[in-house]
Design a protein around this ligand. Structure first.
Ligand SMILES: [Zn+2]
Ligand SMILES: [Zn+2]
Length: 477
């Protein structure tokens, strides 16, 4: 398989690792990354679960063959811990220099001496090493089948996202259609957008807008997931939808029920409408439509191939699934939507808000923030109840007040944050785990920090960075 290998690390782990490797003494330092693995059609990702730091002079000592080496004790202990915890052993050390880096002959010879044994000890599909310069990284990954592969990049999954490569890359000039925006984030930023695969779950109000924005920005691949067809009452807030899509001649109020039923069955899937919008907006986009429930195991599998997920569906099982994908596979996500809540008895408006909640690996999750109701999860999980419940929510949504501009505020904010994050423009000063709700009744923006429960089953150590080593919370077959 020629698909590239990459290493993905949280922003916190990256900051600590960089401080360990570069304390300012111009010397070499070392550590071991313990990683989960995700293998997909787009490449294999090593996901850093934690870092074991080698203490200079104790674990990392002068070497008669080369300059320094990890002691046999440190290597063996760490490898055994990897075997116990089913994680992959990746050693790291640093060289001098800035923008390019490669292993020395002595480094490579030591891999040949040690790595066959480490593959045996750890009983994992790979072991390997990374070597860093200040702004570059190279890798030598040994696979259990005897092949050796380099790494394409290391990606810091923070805000902003940062990519390191073995040597500088010169992006091609962006298409003139993107001239005005590439003046903001450069050809490099435009190239990053074109290389992104972004999933949207739910192509109702907020999802349809996120799709339109992503296509206009020049995103390379959009994956659209929604099991529903459009209805007349959706027309006011699904962009690009036409009356014909809802078969309004058949489904309008006053038509006989049997005719309306046929009309509803013939109405266009929401994903088809979104695909039409995206293709009109962009000549470079590839659109994949999935007219099915994201909780189907084979649909959920598609998420692990993506670079970001926008969650615009109002189901608590979908929230739980996306939390798991974000923290297990290191795929950042943004929950986006708008709500109008009414006073129960009087029907008066209690609150209106648009919500944007982005999570990157290492943050807390929707479950930690108590935005996933165990009661609703159970209801949604009842046999066949899943579909019914979603219908019910959908119907609820139809009857609940909803306005395109509320969705637009949330979708624009969510896509804007994402764009700044992946093109590397987000300021380091931004508080990384900030969520917002925007309340037009009182003209307030409420910011709140994410909570993080260290034992959380969605973002805690049992799932964190486990990649393919853990089942996703999908429907059970
Ligand atoms: Zn070296
Ligand atoms: Zn959590």
């Amino acid at each position: 398989m020629n698909a590239p290998w990459s290493v993905h690390i949280t922003q916190d782990d990256w900051h600590t690792l960089a401080a360990h490797l570069y304390p300012g003494d111009q010397d070499e330092h070392a550590a071991v990354l313990r990683c989960g693995l995700a293998r997909t059609s787009r490449g294999s990702r090593l996901l850093v679960h934690d870092v074991v730091y080698a203490v200079d002079g104790t674990d990392y000592i002068p070497d008669d063959r080369g300059y320094r080496k990890l002691t046999a004790d440190f290597t063996l202990n760490t490898a055994e811990s990897c075997a116990d915890d089913e994680l992959i052993y990746i050693s790291v050390h640093c060289h001098g220099g800035s923008d390019r880096v490669e292993f020395s002959d002595i480094d490579l010879a030591s891999h040949e001496r040690v790595y066959p044994a480490l593959l045996d000890i750890t009983e994992r599909p790979a072991v390997g090493a990374l070597v860093f310069a200040r702004n570059a990284v190279a890798g030598d990954i040994w696979l259990a089948d005897g092949t050796r592969v380099p790494i394409d990049r290391l990606q810091v999954m923070g805000r902003p996202q940062l990519q390191l490569h073995p040597e500088p890359r010169r992006p091609a000039r962006a298409d003139e259609a993107y001239d005005r925006q590439s003046r903001i984030f450069g050809d490099r930023g435009q190239h990053i957008l074109a290389s992104q695969r972004v999933a949207i779950i739910g192509l109702g109000g907020a999802g349809s807008l996120a799709n339109e924005y992503l296509a206009h920005l020049g995103v390379g691949h959009i994956l659209l997931i929604d099991p529903d067809r459009i209805e007349i009452s959706n027309l006011s807030r699904i962009v690009g939808a036409q009356r014909w899509d809802a078969r309004s001649l058949l489904t309008a109020e006053g038509r006989p029920e049997w005719l309306r039923r046929i009309g509803r069955r013939l109405a266009a899937p929401k994903v088809k409408i979104a695909a039409r919008v995206a293709r009109k907006a962009s000549k470079i986009v590839t659109v994949t439509t999935v007219f099915d429930d994201v909780l189907e195991p084979e649909v959920a599998q598609l998420l692990k191939d993506c670079d970001h997920i926008f969650l615009a569906a109002d189901s608590h099982s979908a929230r739980r699934l996306v939390d798991a994908v974000t923290h297990q596979y290191f795929i950042p996500s943004t929950q986006v939507g708008a709500k109008v809540s009414l006073v129960k008895d009087t029907g008066e408006i209690a609150d209106i808000f648009s919500a944007v909640r982005a999570s990157v690996p290492g943050d807390g999750c929707l479950r930690c923030a108590q935005l996933i109701s165990p009661v609703l999860l159970q209801e949604e999980a009842k046999s066949h109840g899943e579909r019914r419940r979603q219908r019910y929510l959908e119907d609820d949504d139809v009857h609940a007040p909803s306005v395109i501009t509320l969705n637009a505020v949330a979708a624009a904010h969510a896509v804007n944050d994402w764009m700044m994050m992946v093109t590397g423009l987000t300021s380091d000063l931004v508080e990384p785990d900030r969520w917002i709700t925007i309340h037009p009744l009182t003209d307030e923006v409420v910011e709140y920090s994410q909570r993080r429960d260290p034992r959380c089953p969605s973002c805690g150590p049992a799932r964190f960075a486990r990649g393919d080593g853990k089942r996703l919370p999908t429907k059970v077959r």
